[in-house]
Design a binder for this molecule. Structure first.
Ligand SMILES: Cc1cc2nc3c(=O)[nH]c(=O)nc-3n(C[C@H](O)[C@H](O)[C@H](O)COP(=O)(O)O)c2cc1C
Length: 181
């Protein structure tokens, strides 16, 4: 049994990215894995990195807020599911808050202080840019933290919520990746 952490960062209710993540999560649970799901958008006390460099001494992020348990859970995990919508060609602000806090996963020499993990990436977009953004996220997580991307699910045409729910192909793709953890 592996420990998996899934992160949702779309602020929308019934977000397509959340639906796709859920399909991945169910498949991972079906394989007997222990899966924890976090939604950054639901947190009230969520802060970005303040560049205090405390993590370079402590070996972990010293800023204490509701993102702290997500960082701790990822640190202890074997696999991670990261998801975001495309906002102006970039991840959502909620995702970026979390991502900057991953700075605590590397030491002062940019060497990871966390074990390598399996990674799955989910990105949804209205008209485009999801593939590029998923590749960028997987690239950063690979180059900085040595996370190994086992699969990506991207969706375009996601402006109406509930769109992913009606797309069995995309849900099956997510489930297939979820079963690979
Ligand atoms: C602030 C904002 C910026 C957006 N920027 C883009 C964009 O640059 N490109 C795009 O294709 N869609 C853009 N969208 C649309 C969302 O990416 C799209 O609705 C996506 O499916 C939402 O994902 P979700 O259903 O998981 O919330 C934007 C939406 C918002 C609210």
């Amino acid at each position: 049994m592996s420990k998996i952490v899934a992160v949702i960062s779309s602020p929308r209710k019934d977000a397509n990215s959340a639906t796709i993540v859920k399909s991945m999560v169910e498949a991972a649970k079906g394989k007997g894995h222990d899966v924890q799901v976090f939604n950054v958008a639901e947190l009230k006390d969520r802060r970005g990195c303040i560049a205090c460099m405390g993590c370079k001494k402590a070996g972990k992020c010293v800023l204490k807020d509701e993102i702290t348990p997500i960082l701790d859970a990822i640190r202890e995990s074997d696999g991670v599911i990261l998801s975001t919508a495309v906002y102006f060609g970039q991840p959502t602000g909620q995702y970026r808050l979390l991502e900057d806090r991953f700075f605590s996963f590397i030491d002062g020499s940019f060497t990871p202080n966390v074990t390598p993990k399996k990674l799955a990436v989910v990105v949804t977009a209205g008209t485009g840019g999801a593939d590029e953004l998923a590749d960028q996220i997987a690239g950063r997580m690979g180059s900085f933290f040595k996370f190994d991307c086992i699969g990506k699910v991207t969706m375009t045409g996601g402006n109406p919520p509930h769109e992913a729910e009606q797309n069995p192909e995309i849900l099956a793709q997510a489930a297939e990746i979820g079963s690979k953890f």
